[in-house]
Design a protein around this ligand. Structure first.
Ligand code: UDP
Length: 332
């Protein structure tokens, strides 16, 4: 069975992907600097190297000790707001880190990589659902760095033959059904964890960012896709590359849009009580509607999301938040 290096395997989507890979019998090695990742999120049977992907000697050391067949690359900063106030921090880590990674992969002849990209590469969409061939005009630095990283894979592949898939996620959410790992960002900026923190009392309320969008109820519409479905997509993308698949880009979403108000209403049903809600002004840079077409991932990779109901997604997230109101902190 192939040996996979997961960069950022202690983070939210990375840790869930490690669980999925191990379930499917892959040998997994993790590298994470634990700056935003959590040691407690690391699968107990996976080997963890603590270090930074900007450290070439660190990466070269791993590639020399372990015989790595493919890399899954999650290691990046991901706060959209921070990316606007400190863009160079994002270029230095996301783009700079990927440049070091690719240099090390070329030097150590590691031939394949699955890359964690984002719907933020599209910016304000011209049509819904969004196709991979649609224009990419990011409206924030985070999306700009993800697009730059995608392009770095493309040109490096042309020159050195490394094969890659870029997976553009829509709104990742939910938690592992075991309840052992889940979402824990600091600061938290994402809708579903904030709604559930308002539900369990670790936060006073949920602020609805804008009710005057041209949508079904005036609040923004997003495509919420379960983190375990995303993890499955990484396994499929790895199998595709290991079987000789060509470079490609895939959207990953459920293809259904839920408004902020709909998510809050569904969460109230799941938790069984009202959630304190405050109407607030728009957040800069939020497109009104983002919904994916994932037909390409379904056709080419054979991917099929299993968590299609927003209720089931919220139930897994609630199981995590209820058991870990302070995230991984209490486990330390
Ligand atoms: N949102 C909100 N209040 C919050 C956080 C998010 O109303 O405290 C809205 C946000 O404006 C967006 C949607 O929820 O329309 C999803 O935001 P999130 O940050 O989770 O993901 P994004 O779509 O920005 O990647």
């Amino acid at each position: 069975m192939s040996k996979i290096l997961v960069l950022g395997g202690a983070g939210y989507i990375g840790s869930h992907t490690v669980y999925e890979l191990m379930d499917e019998g892959f040998e997994v090695v993790i590298a994470d600097n634990l700056e935003t990742g959590h040691r407690c999120a690391v699968h107990p049977d996976a080997k963890l190297y603590v270090g930074d992907i900007r450290d070439r000697a660190f990466l070269d050391g791993i590639f020399k000790i372990e015989k790595i067949d493919a890399v899954v690359h999650f290691a990046a900063y991901s706060l959209v707001g921070e990316s606007m106030t400190d863009p160079l921090k994002y270029y230095a880590n996301n783009v700079g880190g990927t440049q070091v990674l690719l240099s090390s992969m070329v030097a150590n002849r590691v031939p394949k990589v699955v890359f964690s990209s984002s719907a933020a590469t599209y910016g304000e969409p011209e049509r819904i659902p969004i196709l991979e061939s649609d224009p990419t005009e990011p409206t924030n630095t985070y999306g700009g760095t993800k697009l730059a990283m995608e392009q770095m894979f493309k040109w490096t592949s042309l020159a050195h033959g490394i094969k890659y898939t870029s997976l553009r996620y829509f709104n990742a959410c939910g938690a592992h059904p075991s309840g052992h790992i889940g979402e824990d960002h600091n600061p938290e900026t994402h809708l579903i964890p904030i709604v559930l923190q308002a539900a369990n009392g670790t936060r006073a309320d949920i602020k609805v960012f804008g009710t005057d969008y041209k949508t079904k109820d005036g609040t923004c519409v997003r495509d919420y896709v379960h983190v375990c479905d995303l993890a499955q997509a990484h396994v499929k993308a790895l199998r595709y590359l290991l079987a000789g698949g060509e470079n490609d880009v895939f959207n990953l979403g459920n293809g259904v849009g839920f408004s902020v108000n709909e998510v809050i209403k569904a969460a109230e049903e799941v938790v069984g009580h009202e959630i304190p809600t405050v109407i607030s002004s728009r957040r800069a840079g939020d497109p009104a509607v983002l919904v994916a077409s994932s037909d390409k991932a379904k056709t080419v990779l054979g991917w099929e999301p299993h968590y299609e109901s927003i209720y089931t997604i919220l139930e897994t997230a609630w199981k995590w938040h209820r058991a870990h109101p302070n995230g991984f902190d209490e486990d330390r």
